[in-house]
Design a protein around this ligand. Sequence first.
Ligand SMILES: NC(=O)c1ccc[n+]([C@@H]2O[C@H](COP(=O)([O-])OP(=O)(O)OC[C@H]3O[C@@H](n4cnc5c(N)ncnc54)[C@H](OP(=O)(O)O)[C@@H]3O)[C@@H](O)[C@H]2O)c1
Length: 264
Amino acid sequence: MKVSIIGAGTVGKSIADAIKDDFEISLSSSSFEKLKAWNNNRFKIFNNNVDNSNYGDIIILTVKPDIIDKVLDEIKSNLKNKIVISFIAGIKIDYIKKYLDSSIIVRAMPNIPMLIKKSVTAYCYENIDNDSIITVKKILSDMGTHVEINESYMDAVTGLSGSGPAFIAIMIDSMINAGIYAGIHRDKARKLVMDTFYSTLQLLNEKNISPSDLRDEVMTPGGTTVSGIYELEKGNIRTAITNAVMASYKKAKEISEYYTDKKL
Ligand SMILES: NC(=O)c1ccc[n+]([C@@H]2O[C@H](COP(=O)([O-])OP(=O)(O)OC[C@H]3O[C@@H](n4cnc5c(N)ncnc54)[C@H](OP(=O)(O)O)[C@@H]3O)[C@@H](O)[C@H]2O)c1
């Protein structure tokens, strides 16, 4: 099957690389010269979105929200009965339907580990047939893992798994700095912290235990870990993390509402 990707930035390029063994890919972007230089003859490329959208059976939208109207207006006549997967943050299915009422529309929210085919992508759709959903799931599986979700939670997903890697990166960075503060060489502190994050996740997954059970396992009475946890709680770490997710959710909702209002 042919997949046309519109917008060759971080997300568009990652998707092309992730799905290349299973689909015939084409791309278009704002600068054809830039696209040509990156492409190096690997994929079919077009110098305009209209020809690109004509080529694919499935159209993937990976442009920024502020040019959605321009792009949909250009390509709308080519998309009858095609599958359109939008990765654009904050744009609702209903908004895209305004232009493409006879297409099958899927809305998806990936995260940055898509660069190594390890995105966890939340997705939702309306009125999709069985064959189409199998194809959509194939694309999302090539990019990593996926979770189907009601569209009303998409903005919350943006705050949780969309922004999540940046929040986790700050926790990792803070622990590395703490190791350096304690006198450990940066490279060694980095390895200790990175491997601790990685193996803790593996342990939670493989043993299927809850994070609080794992904490209790490490936290001996009157011991070292509980002294550290006391400081984390005193510093309101849980509130800070919850507030970060909720602030990102709120921002995604504001963007969504802006585009919903624009539609009305
Ligand atoms: N990055 C993430 O982690 C992430 C995660 C979840 C969702 N998203 C969503 O994914 C979308 C893309 O994000 P991104 O990070 O890939 O952004 P990006 O790197 O800025 O990519 C957008 C691409 O669209 C191109 N473009 C601009 N005008 C165009 C036009 N008229 N026709 C075709 N292409 C055009 C841009 O080209 P120029 O650079 O030449 O202008 C750029 O290559 C956004 O809507 C974002 O909300 C991103």
